[in-house]
Write a protein that binds this ligand. Structure first.
Ligand SMILES: [Zn+2]
Length: 323
C-alpha cells in the first residue's frame, strides 16, 4: 500500500487555521490465473524482521484473514507469525520486513507497503517478500498488514473487502511535531519568493518585495531564524512563497492581507507539519503598504510570537516602516 500525502492547507488571516488530511494512492501489477492457491488450507509461516511491537501488530493484522479468508477468497488460511529466530526446516512461507522506505513495488513515493499478489497461476516463490513502512500509527500498520495479506491471498484493489483492499486509504504516522512548534517550520532553509498576478505586478511591487525580503533575510529583529535565507525568483510556479496582489478576496473582509499555508499532515492530526508553500495575498492595498504586509505575513510563518517593534510602530501608516 502506498501513501500520497494530500496537501493540507491553512488559511491565516486574523481568524485561525483550517487543515485537511492525508490520502493514499497505490498501484500494483495485475496478474490473473486459475488453479489452487498455494496457501489454500495451509498454515502459512511468517517471519517478521522488526521489533516485538511490530511483530505483534503483524500478528494482529494477519489474524483478520484467519477469520475472513473463507468469505473473501474462498479458502481457509492460518497465518502463523514466527517467534524471533524460529525458522522452520523448510524456511518461512512469508518474510515480512519493516523498512524506512518501501521500494519493492516500484510504486510512487510514500509507499506504505508492498506484497506480491499470489494465486494458483503465479505460485509462490518462498519466502514471499513483504515490506511494511516503519513509523505508522498502530491502526495504520494493522491496516497495511491486512491489505498486503490480501494481496498474498490473491486479492486486487477492486476486490472485497473494500475497506481493506481499496487502494486509497487514510493512513497516519506516529505523532510528529507540528509546524507551529518547529524552529524552522519550512521544509528547507533557503526560501524562494516570486510575485504573481498580472503583467503589471512585478514592476509595481518589486521594490516593495525587495525591501521586505531584505528585512527577512537579516533576521527581522530576531523573528526569523538566522539559518533562513530568502531570494526572489521570477517564476511563481517554482517559488516557495508567492505574493499575489488582488483587488478583493474572501480571505479578509477589509483591505489588508492574508496568508495561505500548504504542507503535508502525515500523522493526520489536522495540523501541517512542515510548510511546502505559501501564498501572501495583498488585498486592495496601496502599493507603498505592500512591503509591511509581505514582511508581517512572512514572519508569521515562523510562529515566533509578537511582531517586531519596527513593524508594530508603523501599524497606523504601513508605508512608515520604510523609515
Ligand atoms: Zn495494494
Amino acid at each position: 500500500m502506498d501513501r500520497r500525502l494530500a496537501g493540507a492547507f491553512a488559511l491565516l488571516c486574523l481568524l485561525g487555521g483550517l487543515a485537511g488530511c492525508g490520502a493514499v494512492v497505490e498501484e500494483t501489477g495485475s496478474l490473473t490465473g486459475s488453479g489452487g492457491h498455494p496457501f489454500a488450507g495451509e498454515t502459512v509461516t511468517v517471519a517478521v524482521d522488526g521489533t516485538d511491537r511490530e511483530r505483534a501488530l503483524v500478528a494482529d493484522g494477519l489474524a483478520y484473514w484467519d477469520d475472513e479468508a473463507t468469505d473473501y477468497v474462498g479458502f481457509a488460511v492460518d497465518f502463523r507469525v514466527l517467534a524471533p529466530g524460529a525458522t522452520p526446516a523448510d524456511g518461512p512461507d512469508v518474510r515480512l520486513r519493516f523498512v524506512e522506505t518501501v521500494g519493492a513495488c516500484g510504486d510512487t513515493e510514500f509507499s506504505a507497503g508492498c506484497a506480491p499478489r499470489i494465486n494458483g497461476s503465479t505460485g509462490v516463490d518462498r519466502p514471499a517478500a513483504v515490506e511494511i513502512r516503519r513509523g505508522l500509527a498502530d491502526d495504520s500498520t494493522r491496516l497495511v498488514v491486512r491489505h498486503e495479506g490480501g494481496h498474498l491471498l490473491g486479492l486486487t484493489h477492486t476486490d472485497r473487502p473494500r475497506d481493506v483492499m481499496a487502494h486509497e486509504r487514510d493512513l497516519a504516522t506516529l505523532p510528529e511535531p507540528d509546524a507551529t512548534t518547529r524552529a524552522n517550520p519550512w521544509n528547507g532553509s533557503t526560501l524562494t519568493v516570486a510575485l504573481a498576478g498580472d503583467d503589471a505586478t512585478p514592476e509595481r511591487y518589486r521594490a516593495e518585495l525587495d525591501y521586505a525580503l531584505a528585512y527577512i533575510d537579516d533576521g527581522a529583529d530576531g523573528a526569523v531564524p538566522a539559518t533562513v535565507s530568502v531570494r526572489v525568483v521570477e517564476d511563481p510556479a517554482t517559488a516557495d512563497v508567492t505574493v499575489r496582489p488582488v483587488p478583493a478576496d474572501d480571505c479578509t473582509a477589509d483591505d489588508g492581507s492574508c496568508l495561505l499555508l500548504e504542507g503535508p499532515d502525515p500523522d493526520s492530526d489536522g495540523a501541517i507539519e512542515t510548510y511546502t508553500s505559501a501564498e501572501i495575498r495583498l488585498v486592495g492595498l496601496d502599493t507603498d503598504a505592500a512591503s509591511w504586509h509581505i514582511a508581517s505575513q512572512f514572519i508569521r510563518t515562523f510562529h515566533t510570537g509578537d511582531s517586531p517593534d519596527r513593524l508594530d510602530d508603523a501599524s497606523d501608516r504601513r508605508g512608515d516602516w520604510h523609515g
